[in-house]
Write a protein that binds this ligand. Sequence first.
Ligand SMILES: [Zn+2]
Length: 150
Amino acid sequence: MKNDNSSIDQHVGEQLSGYIDGELTQQERQRVVLHCETCEQCRQNLDEIRVLRKRIGDTRLSTIGADKWRETMEDTTVRTSQSIGWILFIAGLLIAFGIGLIGFVSESGMSLGEKIMIFAIYGGLATLLFSVLRQRLIERKSDKYKDVEI
Ligand SMILES: [Zn+2]
């Protein structure tokens, strides 16, 4: 009874995904097309696989989006660590300079007023540098969100 219709007898289930992906030979493609014309079951399978492939395609697209986002994140991380590097570098310089300054001021015969003045200038300079760096850091962080919105 199966022999009556060879195209129904051999469902093309395994070849459907190959058919959608265009991996079949001309002959195989024709067999799938002919079979699906007569077989409701395989036609439904074909539709299901098409829907599934479309979803996977959509997933791939959003994965690309995630990759781009991650790249942006990594880029931001690099820039942020560069900023942190600069802060550490300048902080180190200021500390080294400060230690030298303390030694110089404490050994010289400066009056208290002169010492306070020098420390005020030095402290003001340090605060200024830190606030500028901090501002740059914040600006770079907000850049990240601009990139993601695009
Ligand atoms: Zn079939």
